[in-house]
Design a protein around this ligand. Structure first.
Ligand code: COA
Length: 260
């Protein structure tokens, strides 16, 4: 696949999507957003890919936000549509049906922080920095930040980041649960690839069922969520991978999953 603002590569059933505007700290302009939409549309149906890594080109930034140059012309109507359009792209990532890992090497600000939040796992370099600095521009997060940040780290901490616009470093992001793990910069992508390959080595019916059930916690109450979990667990029990996985354990060998 050829893109102007993205790099795309696949290795061992793991796709890496790299936002590639390093001279603008990978800020998301309209083209980058539309290419992200296209790449994730293609990834949904790509049977050769089980896990996706999203990262940013260069050492300085994951994504330093939406492209501020494109914000200046917005009014109430176009601004509402602008936010809804970005939200749609990030919803598509969250609901891809396959795990998406953000590998954050530098600034993840505004829309960049929101992009990381739409991913299922967040790995960061020790140099990463996170923030929702929109208030400095006289606006507020519009690509899901008010919702996903509060759900992930709690309302109090989310409001502190959103109301002050202050950046936090990787250690603080780890402490408050905004990222899963931090690594030295040179280890970030290899460790993200290793984690992605570990997930890709499992039976994907189980992986996708688990992802769907946990994703549903944002929308459902406990009772409905438990019913969904039971149904998805049941559908795993119907697979060859389940027979193989349980048999392999009892036979003291590694399972050979076939995604059936
Ligand atoms: N939109 C558009 N351009 C951006 C950008 C953004 N969100 N973030 C950085 N850039 C551009 C800069 O304008 C600059 O372009 P230029 O070289 O043509 O002047 C280039 O990327 C490098 O950024 P610069 O500001 O020179 O780097 P720095 O190391 O001094 O500062 C930041 C880094 C991240 C602190 C600073 O770029 C910044 O505050 N960016 C905006 C963050 C933000 O508010 N994001 C939310 C947007 S809703």
């Amino acid at each position: 696949m050829e893109y102007q603002t993205l790099l795309y590569a696949v290795k061992n059933r793991v796709a890496t999507v790299t936002i590639n505007r390093p001279d603008k700290l990978n800020a998301l302009n309209a083209l980058a957003k539309s290419e992200l939409r296209s790449v994730f549309e293609a990834l949904r149906d790509d049977d050769a890919v089980d896990v996706v890594i999203v990262t940013g080109a260069g050492e300085k930034a994951f994504v330093a936000g939406t492209d501020i140059a494109e914000l200046t012309v917005l009014n109430r109507q176009s601004g509402t549509a602008f936010a809804a359009g970005g939200q749609e792209v990030f919803d598509q990532i969250e609901n891809l049906g396959k795990p998406v890992i953000a590998a954050v090497g530098g600034y993840a600000l505004g829309g960049g922080c929101e992009l990381a939040l739409a991913c299922h796992l967040r790995l960061a370099s020790e140099k990463a920095r996170f923030g929702q600095p929109e208030v400095n521009l006289g606006t507020m997060p519009g690509y899901g930040g008010t919702q996903r940040l509060a759900r992930l780290i709690g309302k109090g901490r989310a409001l502190e980041m959103i109301l002050t616009g202050i950046q936090i470093d990787a250690a603080e992001a780890l402490r408050i649960g905004l990222v899963n793990r931090i690594f030295p910069p040179q280890d970030l992508l290899p460790r993200a690839q290793a984690m992605a390959e570990l997930i890709a080595s499992m039976g994907q019916r189980a992986i996708r069922g688990a992802l769907e059930a946990v994703n549903a916690t944002d929308e459902t109450g406990l009772k409905e969520g438990l019913a969904r979990e039971a149904a998805l667990f049941g559908s795993c029990c119907d697979t060859e991978d389940f027979r193989e996985g349980t048999r392999a354990f009892l036979e003291k060998r590694k399972p050979a999953f076939k995604n059936r």
